[in-house]
Design a protein around this ligand. Structure first.
Ligand SMILES: Nc1nc2c(ncn2[C@@H]2O[C@H](COP(=O)(O)OP(=O)(O)O)[C@@H](O)[C@H]2O)c(=O)[nH]1
Ligand SMILES: [Mg+2]
Length: 402
């Protein structure tokens, strides 16, 4: 699976702070590819319990890292330009915004949970702006933009599909692949609306709007990061966002950034995602002490953490339905070709089969696929076996490495 999460939202809600925190390396992790790819694109990671503990082995991670039994798997994050109303007509950095967003597989919509930032990113008194508007603005701008693109060629798509007596998805797909939308997303949207894909001419313009809105939902799933959750009246606004049915993670990006910096300079022990941190420096300045106290009180006691790692994990494990699978070359020893224990962990979509997994590792492995072995049970698995989370899999293939 491609793995790109877009951070979106209006100006001043904390996107860049979130990005800096998520892509900052806080502790020395050997070989871990933390990098900034472009100014606004960098590597973060998802974290999940590693199978090393369950299997009672010491692992030697290669494509990922393992800290105290937690596997960290690299993913990409993009800090998108601030969204303003009218972006779909090119207002502000509208075109650039949509250009970044279309590459993303899933989105984290950030908003100011304290309601202290207006639509243009200007500071206002806490509690005066409704963060629900932020989410709705994104939904409406993106849908209008998508609708604009589809409408441009709609008549032609309808004619071609009708003439070929085929369903519309086949012809629409070509128009929208560049937007990160595939045939499956189209099928889901058609099913959700209950429209007939063979009788597109009978779709009303209202039908088309509904279809595009579903297409957006299917192709750009999002969670809401209710950022600045350290400020009042975050609690009320978060409740309100949840009442609207949004999947909300309260976050405090500023605290996460401060903690990663403090961990990097040896002041605290903190692994992102932890529900607490431990002060290890023997002396703290008054400012440091106060800052850490504030974070503990306003963020950890209240929300159980900064939410930054939780939001990234949610994007992959909830929105994109990813699971972790560990390929090995020797199912007995759990090693790769060079004897390294549980070297790799792949993020794959739920539903991936053993043979598809082989193809992700190397096309030769899939072509010569004979069977797979479940390293935990030592059972043989056929090519159609559907992988489970935390499976450790050896692929036996007639082709591939000798
Ligand atoms: N109180 C609080 N302020 C934050 C938080 N995250 C970011 N900020 C502040 O919000 C302002 C805007 O942040 P920035 O990351 O530049 O926002 P962007 O325009 O969305 O990229 C800055 O002054 C940040 O320090 C947070 O979690 N809590
Ligand atoms: Mg920014």
């Amino acid at each position: 699976m491609t793995r790109l999460v877009g951070l979106v939202g209006k100006a001043n809600v904390g996107k860049s702070t979130f990005f800096a925190a998520a892509t900052m390396k806080s502790v020395e992790i050997a070989g871990f590819p933390f990098t900034t790819i472009k100014a606004n694109r960098g590597v973060a990671y998802v974290s999940a319990k590693c199978v090393c503990q369950e299997l009672g082995v010491k692992d030697q991670p290669v494509n990922s890292a393992c800290i105290d039994g937690v596997r960290l798997i690299p993913v990409e994050v993009v800090d998108c330009p601030g969204l303003i109303r009218g972006a779909h007509q090119g207002k502000g950095l509208g075109n650039q915004f949509l250009d970044e967003v279309r590459r993303a597989d899933a989105l984290i919509i950030l908003c100011d949970a304290a309601g202290a930032t207006d639509e243009n990113g200007q500071p206002v008194a806490s509690g005066t702006f409704d963060p629900v508007d932020d989410v709705q603005m994104f939904e409406s701008e993106f849908t209008l933009w998508l609708l604009g693109i589809i409408k441009k060629d709609w008549d032609k798509i309808v004619r071609t599909a009708e003439a070929a007596r085929e369903e519309v998805g086949k012809y629409l797909e070509e128009k929208v692949t560049g937007l990160g939308i595939n045939r499956m997303h189209i099928s889901i949207a058609i099913e959700k609306t209950g429209l007939d894909p063979y009788k597109v001419r009978s779709w009303s313009s209202e039908d088309l709007n509904r279809f595009v809105s579903e297409l957006k939902k299917a192709s750009k799933p999002f969670i809401v990061a209710a950022n600045k959750a350290d400020k009042e009246p975050a609690e009320d606004n978060i409740k309100r966002l949840r009442e609207f049915g949004y999947n909300v993670v309260p976050t405090c990006a500023e605290a996460e950034l401060a903690l990663r910096k403090a961990a990097a300079s040896g002041i605290i022990k903190y692994t992102p995602g932890d529900a607490d941190f431990e002060v290890i420096a023997t002396t703290l300045s008054e400012t440091q002490r106060k800052a850490l106290e504030f974070i503990r009180g306003k963020v950890f006691k209240r929300w159980g953490g900064t939410g930054v790692q939780k939001a990234i994990n949610a994007a992959f494990y909830q929105l994109l339905d990813a699971i972790n699978v560990y390929p090995v070359e020797d199912a007995e020893k759990l090693t790769d070709h060079w004897g390294r224990v549980l070297p790799d962990c792949y993020l794959v979509p739920k539903g991936t089969t053993a043979k598809q997994f082989a193809g992700l590792i190397h096309s030769d492995l899939a072509e010569g696929f004979i069977y797979a072995i479940d390293a935990k049970t030592k059972r043989k698995l056929g090519e159609d076996y559907v992988l489970k989370n935390n499976d450790v899999i050896q692929i036996v293939s007639a082709k591939g490495r000798k």
